[in-house]
Ligand binder design. Sequence first.
Ligand code: SF4
Length: 471
Amino acid sequence: MDIFLKVQRYGRTLNYFTQTAIFHLFDLLLHFMKTKTLKKDKVNVITLGCSKNLVDSENLITQLKGNDFEVVHDSNEEDPNIIIVNTCGFIDLAKEESINTILQYAKVKQEGNIDKLYVTGCLSQRYKDDLEENIPEVDAFFGTLELPGLLATLNADYKHELIGERTITTPMHYAYVKISEGCNRTCSFCAIPLMRGGHVSRPIEELVLEAQTLAKRGVKELLLIAQELTYYGLDIYKERKLAQLLDALADVEGIEWIRLHYAYPSKFPEEIFEVMARRKEICNYLDIPLQHASDNVLTAMRRQITRAETEALIEKAREMVPGIAIRTTMLVGFPGETEADFEELCEFIQEMQFERLGVFQYSHEEDTRAYEMEDDVPAEVKADRANKVMEIQQEISFQKNQEKIGKTFRILVDRKEGGYFVGRTESDSPEVDNEVLVDAKKFYLRIGDFAEVRIIDAMDYDLFGELVAAD
Ligand code: SF4
């Protein structure tokens, strides 16, 4: 019988104050019994992995706040009594970091300093059974698409009206916008479709609404992300709609920069270059992971494109969008990658002169198609090849940065650090690309604002500038 009903019957003879006292007493008792740490419910959401995971955490935080939870993100504070770890399960290194983070909080729970520990995200989606068996301190594991279930476990409701009302954890002037979930591609090395499922685009109207909401809150730069950006629309509109989406987002008042991440090279919708050239709001910037350049390796990776087709696409981009900054990612050490394949990759990087480039070492991921192959490139050779690629890119980046000295660029100011205001040009995405440093002793710039800066010096990945004019 409901505890409160019992009091009513008993209390008929009790006066109001005694009843109230009893209620408060019960309340206190209940609170005492509920949280052995005596802490007020406060959630700390820990995000690991990529920007897509960050958006998932932001949606989770928004829903929790919508249910009156006090929530912090990636906090070192000691007073949260509920921890939610949003994990990454992409490759070995990422999995290791996720497991170590879970174990770290499992220990904190064993010591009685937190009450509840929940785990969600890609690692949890992929290895739920193993994790449940091996880390019993975790109260529950959730998959990548189980936000409502996680909320229900916390006695919170999933509030549809909050879709698009996202708490952002990045600096207020830029935000990631995930335009779709999942991926229909079959790259043989990749476990992402196993963790994120098939491709699901979000409707243009919903994305425009989210952009408008973000703009009203001061966001000026949108970073469009997905597992595979260029596939956008093929599911819900039966045709590629990224170009239309870009035009619609560029019309949103207050949004000044829109940046494209995670494009796929095969069957690339070139109408995007036309929109990029036509709309000043679309940054002349394209992140397009190419992974390799040897046709043998590209075929084994199931990338559905050849070296020649890749070169033609890059040339087309540079022709249609003069000054475009191309960021790419390479993967070295794939099963069967010969010294000749690797030399071809290095020669390709030298020839194509990408503005921005990163590299991953192949990770032998179970349940992927490449897992059937022998992981025959030794770890030290993988590491050597990754270092060699970055040495080549460091020199390319240095030369390209030298050419910027004396020129003036519009930058978005991200933060102040170590005596400098730090910003980015249109050719630089947060956290992964070059930065522009302006001496804070000589110039004042407002964080979150644009400014015109003349480059006075340059290094491999950093530029030094002086203020010409603030926006
Ligand atoms: S397109 Fe990207 S996310 Fe999709 S399978 Fe290929 S590498 Fe994985």
